[in-house]
Design a protein around this ligand. Structure first.
Ligand code: NAG
Ligand code: NAG
Ligand code: NAG
Length: 286
């Protein structure tokens, strides 16, 4: 008895992008890997454009109309969150591989004042299952919330959480770090890290999700699952104790470059189970 088998031949590509978070003044490097490497591939590079009705459309990047010989592409002067994809092609007429999954370079700084992601309560770390309101600003069906988890999973709102209008999302926090941002028909907003703490008896550092600008004032706090800790918190910067008095908050009245570092808090003899990370960007935007 014969069985008929249909073979579909589609070649996958994988885009590797670094760094994931923009470092102002540095370039973004894209690298395209073909699933079955062989000679003769040319590489095509794309910017992803959000489609509110679906996933993304792809716009060729400059200089790649007829493909590049190199499997890498450098983007200079990137200043805000963006998505990229690649595919390879060979032959005449050109046989193209599948588009790669999109990859993103994130910036904590908003590129357009009108499209910005806000987080309430405004802190990077939360306890697992806490509820957080993520908002893309004005209530418009032209905007969506997107997220990318540590395991490389990209989702658009609202396949999770409770949808309240089209741009707000009450979200139960998961373990690990998830990056969130907003997308409109053509633009990407600032991106934020949200980290879920899995130890219900632990403590978290309360620190703002947005990068702070030089000269801003910042207040760091310490929180138990059920309440803010109001006194006798120890604050560490780069593992060095920097405040150990009756206060419950660490206040930095005017942030400068020297305040950059890794912060964490301790309370009641219990050290927080993870190192608490906060990065201060010292960008002069004007
Ligand atoms: C978006 O992409 C996902 C995963 O690749 C796919 O399952 C889904 O069908 C796509 N949605 C649309 C509307 O194209
Ligand atoms: C998010 O986390 C990554 C990895 O820890 C870090 O490099 C990046 O600066 C963070 N972004 C913001 C806006 O805090
Ligand atoms: C957003 O718009 C939707 C539908 O247009 C409406 O039902 C909802 O109440 C609005 N939400 C807010 C917060 O304005």
């Amino acid at each position: 008895i014969g069985a008929s088998v249909t073979l579909t031949c589609s070649v996958q590509t994988v885009l590797i992008l670094s760094p994931s978070w923009l470092i102002p003044g540095t370039s973004v490097i894209l690298n395209c890997k073909v699933q079955h490497p062989s000679v003769g591939w040319k590489f095509f590079w794309y910017k992803t454009v959000p489609k509110v009705s679906g996933n993304y459309s792809y716009e060729l990047l400059p200089g790649s109309t007829s493909g590049t010989e190199q499997d890498s592409y450098i983007i200079h002067g990137q200043t805000h969150t963006a998505g990229y994809a690649c595919r390879a092609g060979k032959g005449d007429p050109v046989y193209y591989t599948e588009y790669s999954e999109p990859k993103f370079v994130w910036s904590g700084v908003t590129s357009t004042a009108s499209l910005s992601l806000t987080v309430n309560p405004d802190t990077v770390q939360h306890f697992h299952n806490d509820f957080v309101l993520l908002s893309c600003g004005e209530n418009s069906s032209e905007r969506r919330l997107s997220r990318y988890s540590e395991d490389g999973f990209l989702e658009h709102c609202c396949r999770w959480g409770t949808k309240n209008g089209s741009t707000r999302n009450v979200h139960g926090i998961r373990y690990g770090t998830v990056v969130y941002w907003c997308e409109s028909g053509s633009a990407f907003s600032n991106a934020v890290n949200i980290t879920g703490q899995d130890d219900d008896d632990g403590i978290i550092l309360v620190s703002p999700v947005h990068p702070v600008t030089e000269g801003d004032s910042v207040i760091l706090g310490c929180k138990l699952r059920t309440e803010n800790v109001l006194s006798d918190v120890l604050f560490y910067k780069n593992d060095r104790l920097i405040q150990s008095d009756a206060r419950g908050e660490l206040s930095i009245p005017a942030v400068s470059k020297t305040d950059e570092g890794l912060y964490k808090c301790q309370y009641s003899g219990k050290e927080s189970p993870q190192i608490k990370v906060i990065l201060f960007f010292c960008l002069r935007l004007r």
